[in-house]
Design a protein around this ligand. Sequence first.
Ligand SMILES: [Cu+2]
Ligand SMILES: [Zn+2]
Length: 185
Amino acid sequence: MQATANLQLHTTTTSIGTLTFFQQDANSPVHITGTLRSLNISANHGFHVHVYGVSGSSPNCTAAGGHFNPYNTVHGPRSATIMQRHVGDLGNITTDANGTVTINIQDSIIQFYNATQSIANRTIVVHRMYDDGGMGTGDSNLTGNAGERVACGNIIMMISDGINIKPIKSNLVLTMMLIIMIFFH
Ligand SMILES: [Cu+2]
Ligand SMILES: [Zn+2]
């Protein structure tokens, strides 16, 4: 299964790049690839899947809610076991001197085939600051102290021929079906 996310700066239409999420089968990790630009130079940026999808042409990254955490665990680094991190915890991405980062991450805890751990229609978020992996103080074991949300994008599933499934359109179809059912009842 494959998904894409177009990451836009918080509440703007400015895209900083598109990421691809690919999982070959239920026993394979999810492979995240792509390039993001326009971030702070030579910096670590916390990188997580947050629980809710975002919508609209200028996504409000705050509306994505907290880290995707279906097992109600503490915050942790990407290298932690499933019970010692949030499912959505993907650690940090590190930019170069131009503020660009090429992402090439494999992770088996985020999933498309396991419904409980599925990241489909949730939001990938890039934070301003370093994610301390739960080793810091304050909200560390909740947020990693990664600071504000710089950019985010909805993780949208693609069908095999590469055409995006647009959740908004599916909702429209469902609403129309509901109206028709009520009308003919
Ligand atoms: Cu986050
Ligand atoms: Zn977390």
